[in-house]
Design a protein around this ligand. Structure first.
Ligand code: GDP
Ligand code: MG
Length: 441
């Protein structure tokens, strides 16, 4: 699939504006990519509609092709939807700050409870108490005890004979008396949503008045994540999401679905079974993962950042005044390429099958070639750069000598320049800026 997307990105060259026509195929592929990453269908539909709206008539920046520009728009919209920036755990409450964990069975609640405990103990130097309200499986309480001890936090005992609400109240009471900073409340999950479970957690929420109600969701949960998220959102005022098992090979489209349905920020990502396997969620990185083309995205961002808009505009103004395209401009173009990090670094960012085709050796050669051209132009006098027609045999020899190259190479560069100049003349007037942007790469 990524192959196909890449091919489309390449096909869409030669157009300076994103149009209805050239965007259809791309969007179809993006839609497929999202569905394959297990983003829920209604969420995909909304998303594609937003991207389409943003993309219509958008000018294509710098040396980007419209297809690449569209990938950029898709990526930015993904990041915006999942929430840019860091959302840390909120402890702004009269201690103990209560954190309630919610989610299906097996989502990773107990593990995440211990991970959070460890984080709060070690990084934020808090006194942390954990308690399990999972009275349905005796092993669940033992599990929390074990991992809490590993996390270096304190564990409040409970038994399967107790009611979850009584356990929670007793733990809260204990936490207050012992000046705990944080009380983490682990809860029972069921294999599927059921009303008893939902009522139970609603009651817990009412009794505990938590500052954080975290919805723990398995990144591997596919299309169904949307239904789970909806049920929990209806039952509880969620304040954050923890996306677990991101170390698996799921593309993690659940992030997009769950975020859109609940409106709550994705605060953490679980990246291993171990207690140090908790990371602050990174929307940018995750966007690349969902699209399955993180490298192209990086390339697009690099090009967008590297293009010197001011220089481009000056250049355009100059052409309009009729000063013509000279070797100094040609040099500027070559240098802009270099500014983008060099060809081989750009090639590194393309999907492997593409860069393999280009071949690492060739890229090295192309880069050397670029440096040589730069050297040749730099060996010219300002007058020669402005009036290349002055460059005859003697001057050529001098320039070649200065740049440490053969005269043939100077000839080759001059020919290339002439071709470029011809192109520049053709595009004077009309679509000047657009054409120029295309030439940038
Ligand atoms: P709960 O039923 O919601 O309490 O889920 P658990 O915390 O017991 O986790 C269920 C399983 O998922 C356990 O085997 C955990 O070790 C595993 N698990 C939880 N979080 C992660 C994670 O981020 N990565 C991986 N690989 N496994 C995880
Ligand atoms: Mg559990």
């Amino acid at each position: 699939l990524t192959d196909k997307l890449t091919r489309l990105v390449k096909q869409m060259r030669g157009q300076a504006r994103i149009t209805e026509a050239n965007v259809q195929d791309m969007l179809r592929e993006v839609r497929m990519a999202l569905l394959e990453a297990d983003v829920a269908l209604p969420v995909v539909r909304d998303f594609i509609a937003r991207v389409k709206e943003k993309a219509q008539g958008q000018e294509v920046l710098g040396s980007l092709k419209p297809g690449q520009a569209l990938v950029g728009i898709v990526n930015r919209e993904l990041v915006a939807t999942m929430g840019a920036g860091v959302a840390d755990i909120n402890l702004a409450a009269q201690p103990p700050a209560v954190i309630l964990m919610a989610g299906l069975q097996g989502a990773g609640k107990t593990t995440t409870t211990a991970k959070l405990a460890k984080h709060l103990v070690e990084k934020r130097k808090k006194k942390v108490l954990t308690v399990s309200g999972d009275v349905y499986r005796p092993a669940a309480i033992e599990q929390l005890k074990t991992v809490t001890q590993q996390a270096g936090a304190e564990w409040f005992p409970s038994t399967p004979e107790q009611k979850p609400l009584d356990i929670a109240r007793a733990a809260l009471d204990y936490a207050k008396k012992h000046y705990m900073d944080v009380l983490l409340v682990d809860t029972a999950g069921r294999l599927a949503i059921d009303e008893v479970l939902m009522q139970e957690i609603r009651d817990l929420h009412a009794a505990l008045n938590p500052v954080e109600t975290l919805f723990v969701v398995d990144a591997m949960q596919g299309q169904d994540a949307i239904n789970t998220a909806r049920a929990f959102k209806e039952a509880l005022p969620l304040t954050g999401i923890v996306l677990t098992k991101l170390d698996g090979d799921a593309r993690g489209g659940a992030a997009l679905s769950v975020r859109q349905i609940t409106g709550a920020p994705i605060k953490f990502a679980g990246v291993s079974e171990r207690l140090d396997g908790l990371e602050v969620f990174d929307a940018e990185r995750h966007a690349g993962r969902i699209l399955g083309m993180g490298d192209i995205v990086a390339l697009v961002e690099q090009v967008t950042a590297g293009v010197d808009q001011e220089a481009a505009q000056k250049f355009a103004a100059k052409l309009k005044r009729g000063d013509g395209f000279d070797l100094t401009d040609f040099l500027a173009q070559i240098q802009q390429m270099k500014q983008l990090g060099g060809l081989s670094s750009l090639m590194d960012k393309l999907p492997s099958q593409l860069s393999a085709k280009a071949g690492a050796m060739d890229m090295d050669r192309a880069e050397k070639d670029m440096r040589r051209k730069e050297g040749i132009i730099q060996s010219m006098t300002p007058l020669e750069r402005r009036k290349p027609e002055l460059i005859k045999a003697t001057r050529k020899k001098r320039i070649a000598h200065g740049a440490g190259v053969q005269v043939q190479e100077v000839n080759r560069l001059l020919k290339e320049f002439e071709q470029m100049q011809g192109l520049m003349k053709q595009m004077k007037g009309g679509g000047l800026m657009k054409m120029m942007k295309k030439m940038g790469g």
